[in-house]
Structure formats: C-alpha cells, structure tokens
Design a protein around this ligand. Sequence first.
Ligand SMILES: CC(C)(COP(=O)(O)OP(=O)(O)OC[C@H]1O[C@@H](n2cnc3c(N)ncnc32)[C@H](O)[C@@H]1OP(=O)(O)O)[C@@H](O)C(=O)NCCC(=O)NCCS
Length: 186
Amino acid sequence: MAGTWEGRLTFLRAIEPGDWEAIGALDADDTAQRLGDDLQLPRSRATLQAWADAEATRPRTDDNVRLAIVAFAEFRVVGLINVHGAQPRHRSFEYGITIGSKDQGKGYGREAVHLLLRYMFEELGYHSAHATVYAFNARSQRFHESFGFTPGGKLRESHFSGGRFHDELLYSITAREFADIYGSSL
Ligand SMILES: CC(C)(COP(=O)(O)OP(=O)(O)OC[C@H]1O[C@@H](n2cnc3c(N)ncnc32)[C@H](O)[C@@H]1OP(=O)(O)O)[C@@H](O)C(=O)NCCC(=O)NCCS
C-alpha cells in the first residue's frame, strides 16, 4: 500500500522554511497565479522567507491547510494545494491548487487533488469538496469535470481581473461520488 501522501508522480508535504524560493517562483508565474487566485504584487525575498517561516510553524487549529506538491522526478516543489473554508459541522470544505506553468499537463494536479480529497473524505470524514473556477479558466473547468466534480451554479461577475468582471463557476464532489470513481484505500 502506497503512503497516504504519496502518488505515482508526486507527494504532498508541509511547507518548509526553505520553500521560499520555490514559492517565489510560483509567485513570479503570473499566468498560473491569475488562473488560480488574485494576481498579487511581487514579494521581496525577506517577505517570502517570513511567509514560509510562518507557514511552516503555524499551529494547526482547524482542518484548513496548505501543502507543497513535490514531483518525485526532481524532488522539486511544482505547486501548492490548500484546504480553506473547512466546516466540520457541515463536513464541507473548499480547496485550491496551483501548479507552475511549466509543470502543468503532466498529471501532477490530478494526483495532488486525489491525495488531498482522499484524506479529507476517508480520514477526517468530510462529505463534500468545493472548488471555485474563474470563467476564463477553461483548463481548470475541463480538469474538474474529468476528475469527477459536478458543475453547478455561478457567482455572476464576482471576480475582477484584467480590467473586467468575470463569473466564478462552482464545482463540487461528494465523498460518495469520489468513492464510486476511485474506490477506497483500505
Ligand atoms: C488546473 C490545474 C490544477 C490542473 O493540473 P495539471 O497538473 O495541469 O493537470 P493534469 O496534468 O493532472 O491533468 C488532469 C486533467 O486536466 C486536463 N488537462 C490537462 N492539460 C490540459 C490542457 N492542456 N488543456 C485542457 N485540459 C487539460 C485534462 O482533463 C486532464 O485529464 P486527463 O489526464 O484525463 O487528460 C493546473 O493546470 C493549474 O494549476 N493551473 C493554473 C492555476 C489553476 O487554474 N488552478 C485551479 C484553480 S480552480
């Protein structure tokens, strides 16, 4: 049986202080950043180091988490994945992911989402996972649909980027749907 945090191509691990450089490279990848999140101002080396230090030592007080996606091939951080908006009472959570532009389309994203969702559903007992995808991000829409997420609903003109407003599309998958597609680990 493979380790909980290991796939065939990648593994997930906590952010380490030394990750500031890889995170800086993801920051500088404005194309990927704009597709996955708000486009930010460039951060200084000192700010990146402070951020990575804080993230590496942040006490766990809830199920929200940010993890590094590391490719086995070069033992290199290729992206970040996070859980936010976790609601234990409703057993629902949102997640976000960014793979650097040069590492997209290699199967890393699919594997990372699979590892994270399996843990959230099978170990923490969450019931539903949600993703918000910008209407201009056709690749992510295709990605979520091929993974097994169901599209449903949109927040109209709720995201401002590139000088205009865009819809945010909502995607979700339940624990049962995940198990039907991918089986259970035990
Ligand atoms: C969207 C994203 C997470 C997908 O991860 P990835 O590692 O590039 O995708 P994978 O290589 O694992 O591919 C998985 C699926 O994505 C789709 N996909 C991959 N490359 C694609 C491409 N060039 N065009 C369209 N769809 C593509 C396919 O459906 C693929 O399924 P398949 O393996 O059955 O063909 C990644 O491209 C990314 O981080 N993009 C920038 C930020 C972003 O959009 N984040 C998500 C915000 S909701």
